[in-house]
Design a protein. Structure first.
Lengths: 110, 115
């Protein structure tokens, strides 16, 4: 079956630091890949997506590239802010079914 | 405003007492889904519905029921709740079609505690 593996957190960073959250997947088909973000007390919001190999999704300074050869979709941001503190979920969509990683808690300190 | 609305947001109840968590979306989405979120496990899909009167099991359907009598509503029913169903629940909806890659819109969550 499909599965998503994310790096374990929590991750604590200082403002303006570089953030990487690793995500790898296994899938039987040709999935679309997503990063969702969950701010405290809220539901999940789509951060970015990529629908085919070599696509790069980007939003709010975050980027992730769909790498079929390494089955990865790592999330990166060059300079984080305190407002980026949240839980980040990698997810794949294959045949209507959305599978999530366990989530990575990121805390950015001023 | 486009949204997915869940009720209640918080509920503490006792084992065996039937409960329903409602979910409503105003975006005319065909696809709706329920997830539970547990520490270290991320979100796991309970049930999903591709359209009215069409529902199917997700990864963890045991102990839950759903119905989809109208397009906008997708209630989650716990006929006889047990403590292992204590969790944070999310409803989501999206446009759907063949091989859809549309993102899902999530509600704000319902925190259930079963004593």
């Amino acid at each position: 079956g499909n599965s998503v593996t994310q790096m374990e957190g929590p991750v604590t960073l200082s403002e303006e630091a570089f953030l990487t959250i690793n995500c790898t997947y296994t899938a039987t088909g040709y999935p679309s890949l997503f990063w969702y973000v969950q701010y405290p007390g809220e539901g999940l919001q789509l951060l970015l997506k990529a629908t085919k190999a070599d696509d790069k999704g980007s939003n709010k300074g975050f980027e992730a590239t769909y790498r079929k050869e390494t089955t990865s979709f790592h999330l990166e941001k060059g300079s984080v802010q305190v407002s980026d503190s949240a839980v980040y979920f990698c997810a794949l969509l294959d045949d209507y079914k959305l599978s999530f990683g366990a989530g990575t808690t990121v805390t950015v300190r001023a | 405003e486009a949204q997915v609305t869940q009720n209640p947001r918080y509920l503490i109840t006792v084992t065996g007492k039937k409960l329903t968590v409602t979910c409503s979306q105003n975006m005319n989405h065909e696809y709706m889904s329920w997830y539970r979120q547990d520490p270290g496990l991320g979100l796991r899909q309970i049930y999903y519905s591709m359209n009215v009167e069409v529902t199917d099991k997700g990864d963890v359907p045991e102990g839950y029921k759903v119905s989809r009598k109208e397009k906008r509503n997708f209630p989650l029913i716990l006929e006889s709740p047990s403590p292992n169903q204590t969790s944070l629940y999310f409803c989501a909806s999206s446009l759907a079609g063949p091989y859809s890659n549309q993102p899902q819109h999530f509600g704000d969550g319902t925190r259930l505690s079963i004593l």
